[in-house]
Design a protein around this ligand. Sequence first.
Ligand code: DC
Length: 229
Amino acid sequence: MKRRIVIAIDGPGGAGKSTIARRLAAKLKFLYIDSGAMYRAVALWASRQGAGLSDMLALEQLARASEIGLSSDPTTVSLNGEDITDAIRTPEIAQAASKVSAIPGVRRALVDKQREMAENSSVVMEGRDIGTVVFPAADVKIFLDADPEVRAARRLRDLEEKAAAVSKEEVLRDLNERDRRDRTRAESPLMQAPDALYLDSSGLSIEEVETAILKIIRSRISNGKEFER
Ligand code: DC
């Protein structure tokens, strides 16, 4: 009998999660869910509404009321029907997302939505707490990491493609600050699940990381054949 498969990919910013998760989902014909985009969407809405990042109740309400749409090919993100794909990719929203994601009520609201999205199909979901909190029984858990310098260089490349004028030092400082906050918050901090496989992508190409993860997936899941797409 076919069953739903969950692949959880966690790790810090710039480790290559999005690129890899998107490619894996396309290859396996699974749903791709970028949970970080959901925290970014709530942060964007909060900043537009002028909601303070310390107003926990208002932020929880926003998170619950938000209608977040994620689609692939091309990857787009919508909030209450508006395309916010590019609007959420700024350094300011990245920092704000890291702050709103520390609020327990916001996390509860978004975790509910993440579980709902994956209810009826196999998924590749990436984030910080997918293997620890959202899907602790995920079939495959990967903790994807890379050296801070490598992660900053990747982020810089992404930002430069969007013609943003930032220096590598700024990007590195922002990433380190966000990582520290994400790793030390009380609620669902970024950490490797005990049963997750640690993969350092620093010296690897995208293809090498993809091949390594596909091998793990195939060895774990009945030779990669019997699963529900
Ligand atoms: O992956 P990202 O850079 O788009 O995530 C933005 C922020 O959202 C990140 O700094 C922490 C938060 N986040 C989280 O707390 N839990 C997740 N599952 C995904 C992201």
